[in-house]
Every structure is written in structure tokens, then in C-alpha cells.
Ligand binder design. Sequence first.
Ligand code: AMP
Length: 640
Amino acid sequence: MGAGDAIGAGTLREFHARSIADREGFWREQAALIDWHAPFERVLDYSKPPFTRWFVGGRTNLCHNAVDRHLAARRDQPALIFVSTETDTERVFTFGELHREVVRMAAIMRELGVRRGDRVLIYMPMIPEAAFAMLACARIGAIHSVVFGGFASHSLASRIDDASPVLVVSADAGSRAGKVVPYKPLLDAAIDMAGNKPANVLMVDRGLAPFERVAGRDRDYAALRERHLDAEVPVEWLESNEVSYTLYTSGTTGVPKGVQRDVGGHAVALAASMKYIFCGNPGETYFSTSDIGWVVGHSYIVYGPLIAGMATIMYEGTPLRPDAGILWQLVEKYRVTVMFSAPTAIRVLKKQDPSWLSRHDLSSLRTLFLAGEPLDEPTARWIGEALGKPIVDNYWQTETGWPILTVAHGVEKTPTRLGSPGMPMYGYDLRLLHEQTGEEVGVNEKGVVAIVPPLPPGCMQTVWGDDERFVKTYFSTIPGKLVYSTFDWGIRDEDGYYFILGRTDDVINVAGHRLGTREIEESLSSHQAVAECAVVGVADSLKGQVAMAFVVLKDPARVAAPEARMALEGELMATVDKQLGAVARPSRVHFVTLLPKTRSGKVLRRSIQAICEARDPGDLTTIEDPGALEQLRRAVGLEA
Ligand code: AMP
């Protein structure tokens, strides 16, 4: 009997209650969902709060659990299905073939001097080699740090500096909506900028964009692979709390945080989520439309489905090319049972002819999961009716690695409720706390979504290289209480369903991509014409939010003429594109001569945001100069 069978019965509420009341017993049972090379001595070590160590002393390996352990039963079954509508490529790797490629990649990494505990930075488009590189790192105990391909040189340089990788794995280019996006010039510029330079850069040449090679540093993947076709690289059995990866995420400062994850807890958490939340079975196909550069791509393109013995689709392309039926065509072709996407992708499809949804046989599909940003009711209703399948919203963060709020149909068929991501998942002792007093709020009252530690397996261990920042950022915001803050507002209704009401900090969410407004402000401020600026997130019907910038120039006369204004707006957008990437580009740059600030000089970002959304800007008694608000209203086309 599997671990879950023993406790799968009962309601979600009971399941959750037990996971908190008997943490060790609960997670000991879940640990049986993965292979251990050596058993753990203790389920949980919480002797140094809030640092949490799961499955102490146990030895395991993520690559073994995702690949090797399936070889006996499914060597010839699909494991990685690569589809690129950008390059018209489709390729299916069986578990046996995936194993071969991962071992070859691991052998290359070894040859290039990568050792256990070393960092490998992966800056790649959605191609199979990216997954090989992640799994190869896991195999040899190297720590991967994937940087989203949409980020540009400045963002990349700060991540290279923080991770100090011995190796960078990259490719000549990605492709988006038919347009080649060269990666190598951005990478070269980033390495030039970075203080910690990698010894080697492993280049996958897709033949999309010719590039310069730096002698002695840049290596050719295809040539090295040839040398290691028959390589054998055994897995390194890692202690459960060794580091598997870091993934950078934006916060309120301009410096991204490296979210650090372990090995054993991570594997167990993903295996459990595949069983209880996603209900995926071995031999089936999982399709997540995310990107490996985001946490969803880590958990639910690469590790989660493979650990569960499922085939996973890696898709390079948009939801609209060659036509608006492409996602559903893939569901039909590969008999997808579990699908994971983001509300923005669905809103994009909603603008197309609805008949695209009925042109394909979707009988294999059981559930569509959506996450990454708030799921608005009209979108949820539209896609649910159009597909005739359950739509399951799920709320979580890079920091947690797997859902905090959702429904767990592997435990109980709890109904979903429009507008709500659901209920607390097992392992999360979730509370809604008053921002100032730290007291729990009542039913239907707004509070900060907080988790009482210890955090469950799979959640971040710390901020890479900065334990103090981990404690200070996440555990010090609620007065007098050592609790983890999600930085989201929420409410809970009388039946226990939660609703997420937006961030408590300056983080914005553009098409499911989390961005720190501070980073964008710093980028704009690097332009010599800018004196100061403020960036806020403004509601957008397609992308959820967009970034909007308000800039004070050193010389306001510079934009007196409309042409000059437009030219400078374009220049500032190009600055952000070049430094951070197009994902961070503000949708508009407005020029003003002053920003609304408190008398102590703090920019009133929430008021700016409210004005942009034509809402009441709130309490403005502390504002230094009300004239700033009038300017702002004029700038965004609203009367004062
Ligand atoms: P990231 O770490 O980039 O995945 O962003 C996490 C943030 O996205 C959360 O803190 C929320 O603000 C938001 N978010 C993610 N999923 C949801 C959801 N299902 N509903 C509402 N907000 C969400």
C-alpha cells in the first residue's frame, strides 16, 4: 500500500489538520513517495527557527527520482516531449533517451570542472538541453540557477554575481512569435559586467543566430556531447538538506533574492502535490505552458511530472501560433491529462474565435490548473464552460515551490469557488493577520496571508548566501510574531475559502511575471536625463497588471515638444529593455515635474496606483505638495 493510500481517505480539512497536528507522522508517510538511497534519521529538525530541515540524514537524488527510477518500468515510454512552433520541431525523448542525454550533459559538466555544490547558471530558451542541464546538475549535486531567457544583461549580471557560477549553459538564441531573440550578446555583456566571471560557457548552437566565441571560455555543446556519447555518470547521493537550486525573484529592493531549495523535502513535496493536487498518474502526459525560468517551470515542467513518472511537454511558442488552437492540438495529440497555464494565456485565447476550443478532441484532459496571478471570474467561467472541464486555481509563490491554496481532488472532491484559489493545503499552517497588531482577523476581514513556521517540505530554505535577509525579509514583518509573510492580502469566507486581494509590497505581476518596481525605477534612473521616478503596477484587462512609470527630468524643458517627449519615452523604454528585458518595460512613461511624496520624502506609490486606476487615492494628509497629484491626474488623462 502506498503512503497516500493509508491516509487518503477523509476530508481535506481532516487531512490538513493532521498535517499540522502530526507533522512528522504526516511527512514520514509522504516521504515514501520517493526513493531514498539511505533512510533519514529525523523527519524534521526545527531547532533553529525559522530555519527548517526536513528528512535529516536521508540520502536521495532528484535526477534519480525523476529519471533513473523509471527506467525499469518505462524506459521506452515518453518522458520529455519537446514542441517548438517557432522552429517547427517536435521530438519525443523516452525515459531511456532522456537518461542518456542527461548523463552526457553530466559528463560534459564534469569535464568542465563542475563539482558537487558548484553553481551552474542556465540562461536558455525552452529547448530540451535546458532540461538536460537542470537534471544533470541534480545528478552530480551541482546547484542550478536558471535565469529566465526574457531577462537582459543587467538582470543577468546581478544573478551571475550573486551565484558566482563556475559554468554558464546557454544557447545562441530563443525565438518568440517568429522573431529570433539572440541570447549570446546579452550573455557576453552580462559576463563583462559581472565581477564573478564563470570559467566556462557551454553553448548550444541552434543555428538561429550566428555568434562570436570567446576563446578559452566558450565551449561547443554538440562537440563535447560527441565525446561523451557512452559516458557513465552515477548519481551523487545527497543529504536531504543539500542545495538543489536557487531561483532569483524580485522583492521590494532592487537586488533580487536567490530562493534556495533543498533536495529531499523538495522531491517529497512535489511527489505529494502530483498525487493529491494534480492527480497525475504514471504514463500520462502533463502539459504546463510556463517557462523553465519561472518556479512553475521548475516544479511542474521538469521535476514534478517526471518524479510522478509522467511525460512532460516542453513548449517553445505562443498560444496563438500557428493558430489559436495550438495548445488544444497538443492536448489532443499527446493525450494530455493534466494541464497547467496562467490566466493571461487564457485571456489571450478569450479574444479569439471560441470555436478553436471545440476543434480538437480534448477527452483525455481531466483538469486545467491556472496560477501565477489572480484568476478573474469571467475568465475562469469562460474557459470552464468552453472546455467543459474543471478549472482549478492555485495560489503560491517562488518561495513555496508548490501550492499554498487550492483544492486537493486527490484527497477530497471539494468544490471550487469562482474567484477563490481554494483552501490551505496540507503542511501550511495558514493565518490571516492584522498588518499592525499581528492578531488573527475574523471571517471576511482583510489580513496579511501568513504561514506559521515550520514551513512544509519544498519551501525555500533561505536566501542564497544571506540567512539574515531570509529572516528579515520574510519573518520580521508581523509585529511580535515569527511568521512567514507572503506579502499578499487575503480574506477568508465563512466556508474557509480564501481570496487573494493583491500584494502588500511594491511587487507587481505582469502576465504572471513577478517584477519589483524598484528594479525598473533603478533602470530608468540610470538614464542621464532622469532626476527621479516612480513605477507602479496598474490594472490591465489582458495582463492583469502593467508597469507605469512617472519620471521627473533633470531638465523638464527637454520634453516641451511632443516629438521630443515621444522620443525620450522610447529611449527610456529601450533602456529598460536593454538592462532588464522587455518583460519589465513600462507600458507608458509619463513626464511630471514632481512626484507625490510624504513630508518625510517617501513616494506615495499606492496613491499613484489608485489615481492611475481612477480610484480614491486614500489618506493624503501627509502629502507634501498636493499639486503633484493634479499633475499625475493630468498625465494619465484624468481631470483633477
Ligand atoms: P511568483 O513568485 O512569481 O510565482 O509570484 C507569486 C505571487 O503571484 C504571489 O505572491 C501572488 O501575489 C501572485 N499569485 C500567484 N498565484 C496566484 C493566484 N492563483 N491568485 C492570486 N495571486 C496569485
